[in-house]
Design a protein around this ligand. Structure first.
Ligand code: BES
Ligand code: ZN
Ligand code: ZN
Length: 471
C-alpha cells in the first residue's frame, strides 16, 4: 500500500473513522445517522454509507489498555474489507498519536500479507493509496517507519510459513545476501569447508544428518561512524526440527518448519534498521541447520566439539537449538565484542507450557536490560516475561565425560535449563539476553486455518535498537 498525509478530510469519498469507546459523541458530526450500531469496542467496526454513496468505516479502538495493540484493529478491518475498497481510502487520524498512526500503518500493511504463496494460482490485489488526515506538522517519517516495519514483518512471516523443503539453510543464506544487496549492508555466508576450518563443530554436528548442509549467516550493518559493534543479535535457524535420532512424535511435526523463527527475526531486523538507516552498528548471526534423521546423524551419547573448544555430551538430539546457538554466541563474542548481545530462539516446549502464546521467556542477569525490554514489549505489544537463571540449575548440565551435557534428562524447567546451557557460551557477557520465542513466534490466528507465523520480535528488537541510538 502507499501512504500519504492530508490536512483535511474529504467527506464525499471513502474513509475510516477510528474511535475510542469514550469518543463516540465526538464522531457524530462525521456520520450520517444519529445512532450507529457501534460502541467503539476494540476491533469492532461498522460500515455506514455517506450522502455521496461513499463508505465510512467506524473503527473501534476500545480504551487505553488497547493502545499497544491498535494495529490489530486496523489489520482486521483491512483484512476483511479491503476487497471492496477503491484506489483511495482516508484514515481520519486527528485523535491518533504518532504511536497510533505508526501502529495503524503496520496493521494495514500486515493485512496485505499473502499466506497462499504456494498455491498454483496467485490472486494479487491492487494496493490502494491510504491518506492519513492529520494536522500534525509532518508524519511522513512515521508513515515510512510503519510501512517498512509492516513490510518486514510480512517478509519474515513468509520465511517462517515457507515449507522446509524450500527454505533450506542455504535458502536462508541466499535470502540474507539478496536483502543485504538491496538494503545496503554486508552479509557473509559461512558454509562447507569454511565452517569446519573456523571451528563451527556444533553447527556441523546438528546438520550432519541432512542433505541440506548447514550455514552460518553473518550480517553486518554499520550505521554509526565507528567500528565498534553496539548490538549483536543471534538467531536459531533450524529449518526443520525432526528431533533427529531422538525423534519427535509425528503429531504436528509439520509445524517444526517454524524452528527458524529466531533467525527470521534477526534477518528481518537487520534489513529493517538498514532501511531506516539507524545510526548504530548491529551485527546479526544466524546459525542454520536441518535437524534430520539419517545414518549420518549425530547421536545421543556422542561427544561433540564446539566453536568455544568446550566439549558437549549429547543426551538428546532434539535439544539441537542450544548447540547451534552455542557456536554462534562464542563466534559473535570473539569476533565482534558487542556491547549488547541478544539471542532469539524457538528453543523449548517448556516456555510454551509456562507462558503460553502471550509472552516470550526472557533470561538475563542484567536487570536494567530486563526492565527496558519489558517496558518496550508492553508498548509495542510484543511482551516478554522474565524467568530466572539461578545457579541451582548448573549441576543439571554436568557431564561425567565431557565439559557439559546438552540436557538434564529431567522433564522440569526445560526453558531455564536451555538458557543455563546458553549462558555457558556467553563468556559471562554483562549485557546478554536470551529470548525464548517458541510460544509467540508461530501459532493460531484469526487469519489462517492452521498455525502460522506471527511476526513477533521485529517491533520489539527494533524498538530496543532504536532506544540505543546515541542522540
Ligand atoms: N524446537 C524445539 C522447541 C519447540 C517446541 C519450538 C515447541 C516450538 C514449539 C526444540 O528444539 C526442542 O525440541 N526442545 C525440546 C528439548 C528437550 C528435548 C531437552 C523441548 O523443549 O522439549
Ligand atoms: Zn529440537
Ligand atoms: Zn528446535
Amino acid at each position: 500500500m502507499t501512504y500519504q498525509q492530508a490536512k483535511n478530510l474529504t467527506t464525499s469519498t471513502d474513509y475510516i473513522l477510528p474511535c475510542r469507546a469514550s469518543e463516540i459523541d465526538q464522531i457524530k458530526s462525521y456520520i450520517p445517522i444519529e445512532k450507529p450500531d457501534f460502541d467503539g469496542a476494540f476491533g469492532s467496526y461498522q460500515l455506514l454509507y455517506g450522502a455521496d454513496g461513499n463508505r465510512i468505516y467506524l473503527l473501534g479502538l476500545g480504551g487505553d489498555k488497547h493502545t499497544p495493540k491498535i494495529e490489530e484493529a486496523f489489520r482486521k478491518l483491512a483484512f476483511e474489507t479491503q476487497k471492496f475498497w477503491g484506489k483511495n481510502i482516508q484514515v481520519y487520524a486527528e485523535s491518533l498519536t504518532h504511536h497510533d498512526i505508526k501502529k495503524a500503518v503496520i496493521g494495514l500493511e500486515m493485512a496485505t500479507y499473502h499466506i497462499a504463496a504456494f498455491k498454483s494460482e496467485i490472486k494479487q490485489q491492487e494496493a490502494p493509496t491510504i491518506t492519513f488526515v492529520s494536522s500534525f506538522k509532518d508524519i511522513a517519517t512515521i508513515l515510512k517507519e510503519g510501512q517498512y516495519t509492516g513490510a518486514t514483518i510480512n517478509r519474515i512471516k513468509s520465511l517462517v510459513d515457507a515449507p522446509p523443503n524450500v527454505k533450506t539453510p542455504e535458502y536462508l543464506g541466499d535470502w540474507a545476501k539478496s536483502s543485504a544487496e538491496n538494503s545496503n549492508y554486508k552479509c557473509t555466508v559461512i558454509k562447507g569447508e569454511a565452517l569446519k576450518n573456523q571451528g563451527f563443530e556444533a553447527v556441523i554436528s546438528v546438520g550432519k544428518g541432512s542433505v541440506h548442509p548447514p550455514v552460518v549467516i553473518v550480517s553486518e550493518y554499520y550505521g554509526a561512524k565507528k567500528d565498534a559493534v553496539d548490538i549483536a543479535l543471534v538467531g536459531k535457524g533450524i529449518t526443520f526440527d525432526s528431533g533427529g535420532l531422538s525423534i519427535k512424535p509425528s503429531t504436528n511435526l509439520h509445524y517444526m518448519k517454524s524452528d527458524m523463527g529466531g533467525a527470521a527475526v534477526v534477518l528481518g531486523v537487520i534489513e529493517l534498521i538498514a532501511k531506516l538507516k539507524l545510526k548504530i552498528n548491529v551485527v546479526g548471526v544466524v546459525a542454520s541447520a536441518e535437524n534430520a534423521v539419517d545414518g549420518n546423524s549425530y547421536r545421543p551419547g556422542d561427544v561433540i566439539n564446539s566453536y568455544s573448544g568446550k566439549t558437549i555430551e549429547i543426551i538428546d538430539t532434539d535439544a539441537e537449538g542450544r548447540l547451534v546457538l552455542a557456536d554462534a554466541l562464542s563466534f559473535v563474542n570473539q569476533k565482534f565484542k558487542p556491547t549488547y548481545l541478544i539471542d532469539l530462539a524457538t528453543l523449548t516446549g517448556g516456555v510454551v507450557r509456562a507462558l503460553g502464546y502471550s509472552a516470550a521467556g526472557m533470561f538475563t542477569k542484567n536487570q536494567e536490560m530486563a526492565e527496558e525490554m519489558s517496558s518496550l514489549g508492553n508498548t509495542v505489544h510484543e511482551r516478554v516475561w522474565q524467568l530466572p537463571l539461578y545457579e541451582d540449575f548448573e549441576s543439571d548440565l554436568h557431564s561425567d565425560i565431557a565439559d557439559i551435557r546438552n540436557f538434564s534428562g529431567k522433564s522440569i524447567a526445560g526453558a531455564i535449563n536451555a538458557a543455563k546451557f546458553l549462558e555457558v557460551f556467553t563468556d559471562a557477557h554483562y549485557r546478554w539476553m536470551h529470548l525464548d520465542i517458541a510460544g509467540v513466534s508461530f501459532g493460531d490466528s484469526p487469519y489462517a486455518k492452521m498455525k502460522s507465523a506471527s511476526g513477533y520480535g521485529i517491533q520489539l528488537i527494533t524498538a530496543f535498537i532504536t532506544s540505543k541510538v546515541s542522540k
